[in-house]
Design a protein around this ligand. Structure first.
Ligand code: PEP
Ligand code: MG
Length: 325
């Protein structure tokens, strides 16, 4: 069966009725990139850079980061590489840097909050990303955005990094595209405002589900409450997609749920532009796409929006998937 799947690795990801969806990869290392490419990934939708900062004894230099980013973008040959700026904190710690002990680390000093506090480190990373952008289509993504101010403050640091590089005569792409992760409920509520500030959204469902349902994604005792098919989640996805599309910007889905083949009609129904998947999820999702109709997905999604329970939504999703098989 694996061989059967590999035979579609080179095929475009298009539905039966001709709607295409970019199937990009989530990676955290060059090794993961290899696996993604052999599964037919169309670029990288989420490069989790925190792994460059972990398992070592000091922050990586600009040059070290630049070399990794450049190697990735050169390997994907003309496809897009979305680099997420450091998302440290929460469940990810650094051996060489004392992060504060926190009661609620997922709600704490992490991601863009850390970067805006340590602008020196943030600028180093942005310079490395900008330098890599000279070698391919590189885009920047900020994690855990909860306000317009954070986007603007981050962009100020980016503008500074760019000005420095220009003054130093170091080549880089001008007007690099900047997007944000939508993974905090506040960002959903102001998605229309955020859409005016950025070039794309990428919905981080892992965190968005955790925060929307108030269910710690690491706590096994309540893992049955961690429910991607909760009607509240569907409504949030719709809010984000509508806000983005009204402003003419695309939406990616980069949380784990993007790899669930049963969820595919949700993305097709909402008109999502890109899924970013772990390597092993790419071909199963593509295989489903090839035998699914976007028009039928839209109808199914209408029905899903009338469901009051996650169980009903789930049942519709799995029935649809089986019927398409
Ligand atoms: C997410 O929150 O959905 C996401 C993709 O980011 P991470 O899992 O790295 O928090
Ligand atoms: Mg996240």
């Amino acid at each position: 069966q694996r061989e059967q799947l590999l035979s579609i690795a080179e095929l475009p990801a298009v539905t039966k009725d001709g709607v295409s969806l970019t199937l990009a990869a989530n990676i955290s290392s060059l090794k993961e990139l290899e696996a993604a490419l052999s599964n037919g990934a169309q670029g990288v939708g989420l490069f989790r850079t925190e792994f460059l900062y972990m398992d070592r004894n000091q922050f990586p230099s600009e040059q070290e980061q630049f070399e990794v980013y450049r190697a990735v973008v050169e390997k994907i040959k003309g496809e897009t590489l979305i680099i997420r700026t450091l998302d440290i904190g929460g469940d990810k710690q650094l051996d060489y840097y004392e992060l504060p002990e926190e009661e609620n680390p997922f709600l704490g000093f992490r991601a863009i909050r850390f970067s805006l506090d340590r602008k020196d480190l943030f600028k180093t990373q942005l310079r490395a990303i900008l330098r890599a952008s000279h070698f391919g289509d590189v885009q920047i993504m900020y994690p855990l955005i909860a306000s317009v101010d954070e986007v603007r403050e981050a962009n100020t640091v980016l503008a500074e990094a760019e000005r420095e590089l220009t003054e130093e005569g170091i080549p880089h792409q001008a007007n690099i595209k900047v997007g944000i992760m939508i993974e905090v409920p506040a960002a959903v509520a102001i998605a229309d405002m955020l859409a005016e500030e950025v070039s794309f959204f990428s919905i981080g469902t892992n965190d968005l589900i955790q925060f929307t349902l108030a269910v710690d994604r690491m706590n096994e005792q309540i893992s049955h409450l961690y429910e991607p098919y909760h009607p509240a989640i569907l409504r949030m996805l719709r809010t984000v997609a509508n806000a983005a599309h009204k402003n003419g910007i695309p939406v990616n889905i980069c949380g784990e749920i993007a790899g669930d083949v049963n969820a595919l009609p949700i993305w097709l129904g909402l008109g999502i532009e890109e899924l970013s998947l772990s390597a092993q999820a790419i071909l199963p999702v593509k295989e489903s796409m090839l035998r699914t109709k976007a028009s039928e997905s839209r109808q199914l999604l209408e029905e899903m929006f009338r469901c009051k329970t996650a169980a009903e939504v789930r049942a519709l999703a799995s029935q649809f998937h089986m019927e398409a098989a």
